[in-house]
Design a protein around this ligand. Structure first.
Ligand SMILES: [Cu+2]
Length: 175
């Protein structure tokens, strides 16, 4: 939430059309953010609370190679996301989340589950089931198990339109 981050975010937004085509979605491709982890290999559990529009804690510290089990709780009044990725992955995902809002999938404090499962006509749906993220209605809780395979420029972020810009993201610091 410092000034330099905001400048980076603003610069990234101006390039948004390019990454939309590239589809920086999910954790599978993008190498540097890590990979889905196994709960049995998690070294610890971190509880992350989501509010309107910030996280508690605001940042986390991990060791390279560490698997962390996150218990994510939405304590706010709006739909929020917990998504682990690089800044450019978040930027790409923000386009998809914008589409989810435009199609009425995300409605303030509610998710339209029926629409999330609908085929959009091109073999794609607006399901939100990537292993690096959860999208939660108020009062809901879910787990994400993630392995931080190597050091990288990684943030956890909410890509619901406007939330990242409001400061709803935090750094993953490597020890
Ligand atoms: Cu949010």
């Amino acid at each position: 939430m410092n000034a330099s981050k905001l400048i980076v975010a603003a610069a990234a937004m101006s390039m948004s059309a390019v990454t939309l085509a590239a589809g920086a979605h999910g954790g599978g491709h993008g190498a540097s953010s890590g990979e889905p982890g196994k709960a049995s290999e998690a070294s610890r559990t971190i509880t992350v609370e989501m509010y309107d529009n910030y996280y508690e804690p605001e940042e986390i510290n991990v060791e390279p190679g560490e698997t962390v089990r996150f218990v994510v709780k939405n304590e706010g009044s709006l739909v929020h996301e917990f998504n682990i990725g690089t800044p450019s992955m978040h930027e790409g995902h923000q386009k998809e989340m914008m589409m989810m809002v435009e199609h009425g999938v995300i409605q303030g404090g509610k998710l339209n589950q029926h629409m999330m499962n609908m085929d959009m006509g091109n073999g794609h749906s607006m399901k939100h089931d990537d292993p690096n993220s959860v999208l939660l209605e108020p009062g809901k809780s879910k787990e994400v198990v993630w392995k931080f395979t190597e050091k990288g420029d990684i943030e956890f972020a909410c890509n619901v339109p406007g939330h990242y810009q409001a400061g709803m993201y935090g750094d993953v610091n490597f020890e």
